[in-house]
Design a protein around this ligand. Structure first.
Ligand code: 13P
Length: 252
């Protein structure tokens, strides 16, 4: 295994009401009571963030949001600003998820603004990138990944870049039960790390954690985590049940 500290993150998407979210958060803290060699992060829906923040108090489990605005305040109906999130104890913000890109038309420029705002306000961005099935089948995977990475990291300096978490989430693997094979994921992660080395330097590239996301389950986490450039997972469906998420946290 590599030197980077593994990060297992649950993206709860638009699921769970407040009591359900608090119950699951408590179960995750119990499952993580002896996790000293890995980080665990939960990203509940916005309505449950404050309650989950309380549930996580005193535990090492980190709190994440599923998106973040690029301004501190103002006329941005429907958005939540970085200081509003840090106020309630949020540490990380997922940015550029493929569902935001596809359903809500977020583009690289908007994702770049969100990402720079998280860094400015002391949140750690979890930047998601990934190709569609059509991209993969037409041989455009690496071109698409490079465009998304360069677009999101425009004007981000090396000292800032070092702090980000990257998540490779092939769109065709999200919620489909079709995971990328460990080799396919490793190939993409290695490509991204090489790109980062060229855009910044080797030190930055080696320190950034690159998570895999897309149908991560108890039965594929172990093999994914054996790969040199896979530093953790961003988990959707399997993060909604404590049994499956616990097994993922406790990958072997
Ligand atoms: P699934 O694990 O449900 O495929 O979702 C992955 C994802 O989109 C995490 O952000």
């Amino acid at each position: 295994m590599n030197r980077r500290r593994p990060l297992l993150a649950g993206n709860w998407k638009m699921h769970l009401n407040i009591p359900q979210a608090v119950e699951l958060a408590h179960a995750v803290t119990a499952a993580c009571a002896d996790c000293t060699d890995r980080d665990v992060m939960l990203a509940p829906p916005f309505t449950a963030l404050a309650s989950v923040a309380l549930a996580l108090q005193g535990s090492s489990v980190l709190l994440g949001s599923q998106n973040v605005a690029w301004e501190a305040q103002g006329a941005f109906t429907g958005e939540i600003s970085p200081p509003m999130l840090t106020d309630i104890g949020v540490h990380m913000a997922i940015i550029g998820h493929s569902e935001r890109r596809q359903i809500f038309f977020e583009d690289d420029a908007m994702i770049n603004r969100r990402l720079r705002a998280t860094l400015e306000f002391g949140l750690i961005p979890v930047l998601c990138i990934g190709e569609t099935l059509q991209d993969r089948e037409s041989g455009a995977t690496f071109t698409v990944l490079e465009k998304q990475l360069r677009g999101a990291l425009q004007d981000v300096v090396p000292e800032q870049a070092e702090q980000i978490v990257l998540a490779y989430e092939p769109v065709w693997a999200i919620g489909t039960g079709k995971t990328a094979s460990a080799e396919q994921a490793q190939e993409a992660h290695h490509f991204l790390r090489s790109l980062l080395a060229g855009m910044y330097n080797k030190k930055v590239a080696e320190s950034i954690r690159v998570l895999y996301g897309g149908s991560v389950k108890p039965d594929n986490i172990d093999i994914l985590m054996t790969q040199a450039d896979i530093d953790g997972a961003l988990v959707g469906g399997a993060a909604l049940s404590i049994d499956s998420f616990k097994r993922i946290i406790r990958f072997q």
